[in-house]
Design a protein around this ligand. Sequence first.
Ligand SMILES: [Zn+2]
Length: 421
Amino acid sequence: MAFSLIWNTSIRCVDGYVEIDFNISPVVRRKPEDFPGLPDNLEVIVYRKEAKDYHYNLFRNEFFETENIEEANCVFTGKPVRKSFNMFRWVDKNVEDGKVYTYWLTTKMNDRHLSPLSVRVVDKDVIWTHEKTLAESRRIAEFYKGVEFTNYGYSVKGREMFALKKGNMDRAVVIVGGIHAAEAGQFTALDVFEKFLKNKDDAFFSKIGFAVLPSANPDEAQRMAMGYTSYLRVNSAGVDLNRNFPADWDIVSDMYGLRTDDPESATYRGPRFASEPETRAVISFMKSLNPISVFSLHCYPGGITYDQFLGPGVGGEDSEYVEKCRELVIPYSKKFRKNEYPGQLFLTFGATPGSFPVWVYRNYHVPVFDMEAWDYFVRNHEGALKACRFGADIEMMNDITQRHFAGMENYLSKYIETKGL
Ligand SMILES: [Zn+2]
């Protein structure tokens, strides 16, 4: 049989298991006499191989399509679970956290298998589902006095865009997570905020406010949590949200050799500025407050981001602005670091036209940074390499949030002192 009886396969990781859904081909329905016993007695054969050398930034399709079924093991033969007339599911419970697997499906009536499917088995405490981000945010809003939970819109696929706020919104420290889906986000944003809630009193919050939007690209963050094997950046409509803001949007950038006016590029700016509902939600969130500083979390899955401050490119020629940024970065890095790279500031100005930092700079003129992971300054840093291979664990994540809390706290105590608040 030259075609496959199995169609429309989809694969995901759910609660530490791998789930594969598929349909049976419509030809079975059209000519049931040619397929005796189907679909009632459909039997599938599943082959599996661990994709050992696969990591974060390899060319995904190239990698998986050259995986060899000859090296795979047959892990199942038999009847899958039938979900409806022509929808079936097979679940693999014999998998390990952190591993990437390639699967091939076929049936006894087929002489060939369906092309490979790949999935990463993720630890849901490291890579958060949207439901978890929502539940954790609601928990914080209910548990701590004076925390407001506010909706600012919905993503392309209708997921809720929301933020938490507490304190003086005329002097707000803003944290935005996950504008690039595979990068740092939900956990880091919420955990740093929660450390301030635990450690600071009403007097502090009367001077300074915190406003946290933990998940700026929730559709693709969810796909990450469901085991997508590679780096996800753009939103589910294929737009790089960090190029979609109404700030110098019409200037085409070719950072990374990718053009922002190319709809197939991973840095596509969108058909017009603020075309994406996620961008508009972030803007309406920002318009509800007056920021003193803005931190947009980038870099690695599991919330791993360091004190590498990437400011707006246009701000780099504005010496008064650069000085304002240095006044933040110096005390921040002092407490963020644990004797690493003494005396070095990891501060550059390169965020591109259409990015969130450029929009904040144009509208508020306050320090704003894409927070990155030292990569530009420190090649082959052990922690960064581990995180970039999806190797972050809870211990590493807690260390990072503790460092950000210490850095931010030190910067803010200097700020309060300097302003005489
Ligand atoms: Zn990024």
